[in-house]
Design a protein around this ligand. Structure first.
Ligand code: NDP
Length: 281
């Protein structure tokens, strides 16, 4: 068997085109505020791809860039102002923040209905209760990609490798909300290969290059690779792609899989926030 390769770029483009159509019917452009502190090289790439994609679909995206020595108070003052501004529908803070920042203080300051990254604790809680208005972008993008190959997830056994607050946990909650039976694995998990062998859906989000091996995969499983690690100048996923593609039914590549979906889903969350705020006026 050779896996169907799930083309994240294609589905992300499709999503952006749909959004562009919907936004062109809007009275005013939805607005997204991006806060970036410091000059982390990877963050620069992410921030500029978010700006470019927002512009493409008609979302007005304003970047607020602070130097690495900015204080928490500077950023909190800005968030307070953006929280109050009616025209601003979404606020995101590019992570990681410099070491002297308390990430939680900053993220929790964002008004919940503008938290389009869904990183606030209240948003995580709502997701686990299946009542969140949206989920964080990467897991939502993963779910979309899974649904391009599996129409009904009911009763499927899914394993999520990784339990971070921004990828692993919300991913597990989304799959549970789809009636999957979910296993969450992490660095202390014992006998990961045996657990993965039982799974119909494997989501690898642990940042360990090529960790997931062909022998671990149940023939016909759907495998989604969230991991991105730079190895010898190239981006490498958490799945041993070349070998796993021989047994999986469907598999995402790195790059070109989950990454493009993350940005598209962020834009979708901004649009959803815009609609909800308009409705509540
Ligand atoms: P974190 O470092 O925050 O979390 C990694 C998780 O993986 C932790 O829960 C950790 O366990 C677990 N883990 C580490 N090693 C192993 C192992 N050997 N076996 C099982 N579990 C393990 O990373 P993120 O969740 O933020 O990101 C994960 C990956 O996804 C990274 O490569 C990141 O670059 C990528 N990413 C990609 C995005 C995209 O758009 N494509 C977006 C966001 C992230 P423990 O909790 O015990 O430490």
């Amino acid at each position: 068997m050779t896996a169907h390769i799930i083309d994240g770029k294609f589905f992300a483009k499709q999503l952006r085109e749909e959004l562009k159509g919907k936004i062109s019917d809007c009275h005013a452009a939805p607005q997204l505020a991006v806060i970036w502190v410091g000059d982390n090289e990877a963050s620069a790439v992410y921030v500029s791809s978010k700006q470019k994609a927002a512009q493409e679909v008609g979302i007005a995206c304003e970047l607020f860039h602070f130097s690495a020595d900015a204080s928490e108070a500077d950023v909190l003052t800005l968030i307070e102002r953006l929280n109050m501004e009616r025209e601003v529908n979404g606020i995101i803070v590019q992570l990681p923040l410099p070491k002297h920042f308390h990430e939680r203080h900053i993220l929790e300051a964002i008004r919940t209905d503008k938290d389009v990254d869904a990183f606030k604790q209240v948003m995580s809680g709502a997701l686990w209760q299946n009542s969140a208005p949206w989920a964080s972008a990467t897991p939502q993008g993963v779910l979309k990609l899974i649904k391009t190959v599996l129409s009904d997830l009911t009763g499927k056994h899914a394993i999520v490798i990784g339990r971070s607050n921004i990828v692993g946990k919300p991913m597990a909650a989304l799959l549970l909300n789809e009636d999957c039976t979910v296993t969450i694995a992490h660095s202390k998990t014992v006998d990961l290969p045996t657990l993965v062998q039982k799974a119909d859906i494997v989501v690898a989000a642990c940042g360990q290059p090529r960790l997931v091996k062909k022998e671990w995969i149940k023939p016909g499983a759907v495998v989604i690779d969230v991991g991105i690690t730079k190895v010898d100048g190239r981006l490498v996923g958490d799945v041993d792609f070349e070998n796993v593609k021989e047994v999986a039914a469907a598999l995402t590549p790195v790059p070109g899989g989950v990454g493009p979906m993350t940005v598209a889903m962020l834009l979708q969350n901004t649009y959803t926030a815009y609609l909800k705020q308009k409705d509540s006026l």
